[in-house]
Design a protein around this ligand. Structure first.
Ligand code: 5AD
Length: 429
């Protein structure tokens, strides 16, 4: 499978390319001058990741030509179902859809909505907004979880240092590069390299892994390795990891400091802001249903995420893990998470919002429900299966027994059924 559509570069100004996908124009950064007018390229996350020859691109485009327009029709049908109402929720939705700013009270009303009709109204409005702003583009990211060692002791996390029951693993540099090769062969064009905070991997080791993958493949590489030094991140960027996935976890300082012993929210936010400043494609967000977290906190979380101007929102439910101090807390409802997705979309209409793997544990159709409530990206676990179960952040991870191929096939089927296409998510022109 190759679930990516090549586009044709029709203009380049100041290293920004205009990429044409069957008449749909999107913007993408050209790094290292790899593409010029007339070139066929793959773009991911608003970055041109690979130039391909016309001989390679044209047959792929032929396969996509018909499907491309069919998918748009499916998406248009699914996102035109408008549930009407004439209550407060309906008027707030109208306000958001007409370009108005939702204030905190408006946001609170949406987060507190309960009955079925109101919920449907909120989800469908967010889905319409997603389509109006970003069309049916969808990005599928693969994640390779390369080490479950972690020096932190976060109360919510299954791989916390204090979990003495968990069998620990570290993938060697060769294993990580092989896993990336495999994922890219399967068609992934965006990969996240994630681990616990593990100093075993020196800056030089990480940089060498990134450099090797970057040199071998046209792929957008994210690192998700927690609070490493600025020098480390700078080296990784220079080696070709242009993306960083790092959540701030919660905007509530007290909760943050309780949940992450010895850690400071301000330090995390400083790092996140700096990563964005130096040019990283930033994915960030928060956990939902931390103990003591209120709806006001969630509103702050959404507003903080928006203010960080991330290239991707990544937030999800906290799933209680038995070997953590939060073993007995309650899992959030799927409908609550969907409301947070929808509200984020209404508050930040152009956002790229990930339907996370933790969300998918909330039900067999939770990923699809997320995509129909305003999300537009998915993450698939591309960790070698012998390690996958050991990357035990939370229980019930979907697909822990399946091959990456099988999960990717399933995801493609799902995206087709929802009318989503793998054009790049870059800004529509
Ligand atoms: N449930 C859901 N998400 C979790 N994470 C850590 N533990 C859990 C859990 N129990 C998330 C954190 C972290 C990311 C890598 O995984 O938000 O940033």
């Amino acid at each position: 499978m190759c679930y990516a559509i090549p586009g044709k570069v029709i203009a380049v100004t100041n290293n920004i390319a205009t990429v044409d996908y069957f008449g749909e124009l999107r913007r993408a950064h050209v790094m290292d001058g790899i593409a010029q007018i007339g070139d066929y390229v793959y773009a991911q996350g608003g970055i041109v990741v690979e130039k391909i020859s016309a001989a390679d691109a044209i047959p792929v485009l032929e396969i996509w030509r018909e499907q491309f327009f069919e998918l748009k029709k499916v998406d248009a049908r699914l996102s035109s179902t408008s549930t009407k109402g004439n209550n407060t929720i309906a008027s707030l939705i109208a306000k958001a859809e007409n370009g108005g700013n939702l204030n905190r009270n408006d946001m609170l009303a949406i987060l507190s909505a309960e009955n079925r009709t109101n919920l449907e109204m909120i989800y469908t409005a967010a889905n319409r907004t997603r389509r109006n702003r970003l069309d049916n583009a969808c990005c599928v990211h693969g994640i390779i979880e390369f080490s479950n060692h972690c020096l932190n002791d976060c109360l919510y996390c299954g791989i916390r240092a204090g979990n003495k029951v968990l069998k620990r693993y570290r993938m060697s540099s060769e294993e990580i590069i092989d896993a990336a090769d495999h994922a890219i062969k399967l068609g992934f064009r965006s990969l996240v390299l994630q681990s616990g905070e593990d100093q075993y991997y020196t800056d030089a080791m990480l940089a060498a892994i990134v450099k090797e993958i970057h040199e071998r493949h046209g792929v957008l590489l994210f690192v998700s390795i927690g609070e490493r030094s600025k020098e480390c991140y700078r080296k990784l960027y220079e080696s070709g990891a242009y993306g960083a996935l790092i959540r701030f976890e919660t905007s509530n300082k007290n909760i943050y400091e309780r949940m992450r012993p010895g850690k400071k929210l301000q330090a995390r936010l400083n790092l996140i802001r700096w990563l964005k400043e130096i040019g990283f494609i930033l994915a960030t967000g928060f956990l939902i249903s931390l103990p003591g977290q209120t709806q006001d906190d969630i509103i702050n979380d959404i507003l903080l995420t928006k203010s960080l101007k991330p290239d991707m929102y990544s937030f999800g439910p906290l799933i209680p893990h038995l070997q953590t101090p939060l073993a007995t807390i309650e899992k959030p409802n799927l409908s609550y998470i969907l409301k947070v997705i929808a509200l984020s979309r209404l508050v930040d209409p152009d956002a790229k919002i990930l339907a996370t793997t933790a969300l998918e544990t909330l039900g067999p159709d939770a990923g699809a429900a997320g995509l129909l409530a305003g999300a537009n990206s998915l993450m698939i676990d591309a960790t070698p299966s012998k390690y996958r179960k050991l990357y035990d952040l939370y229980p019930g991870k979907t697909g822990t027994d399946e091959s990456v191929e099988a999960m990717a096939e399933k995801t493609i089927k799902l995206l087709r059924s929802l009318g989503r296409a793998p054009t790049d998510l870059g800004v529509l022109l």
